[in-house]
Design a protein around this ligand. Sequence first.
Ligand code: MG
Length: 203
Amino acid sequence: MKIIAIGRNYAEHAKELNNPLPQKPVLFLKPDTAVLKDNKPFYHPNFSNDIHHEIEVILKISKEGKLIQEKFAHKYYDEIGLGIDFTARDLQSEQKAKGLPWEIAKAFDHSAPISQFISKLEFKDLNTLDFKLFVNEELKQQGNTCDMIFNFDQIITYASQFFTLKKGDLIFTGTPAGVGQVKIGDQLKGYLNNQDLLNFEIK
Ligand code: MG
């Protein structure tokens, strides 16, 4: 499986990192070795002094497809979850300054903790999903999918022009404002519509 992730999909987050608003979705990939499941602890890597949390809503792809039209895009994902797009912000800033790719900052081992997945049929409206991240019981990030620059279907359509989507692939749909550094000992808790789905420690 692969992870396709969208950058700068919430205007307030793009602003906080001084990035322009994108005209097209900004895509990057994470390999399957990035996945961290079952609320296992995240071990802080030594190569970065500034790992940031980015809470994101995730789509799970339910069947293979490419060149998917927007009106059919909803047929290609059936479950929703929550994840953290861990980002080595110091490495990313260096790479960005040199115009180099982001992989070492975004796609490293366990950079994608994911929750259990929930059938999308359990949600009334996917365009108004509320999600939050608490660090040590303090609210750090809060978002609503109504604020996405590119909605789920637009992301599927755009990404499937370049990459065949396969069953089991995951799409990280972008983070709202409030990203920040994690430290060893922090406890991260993520909620989707007030359901607690993520709860793990930084070790
Ligand atoms: Mg992100």
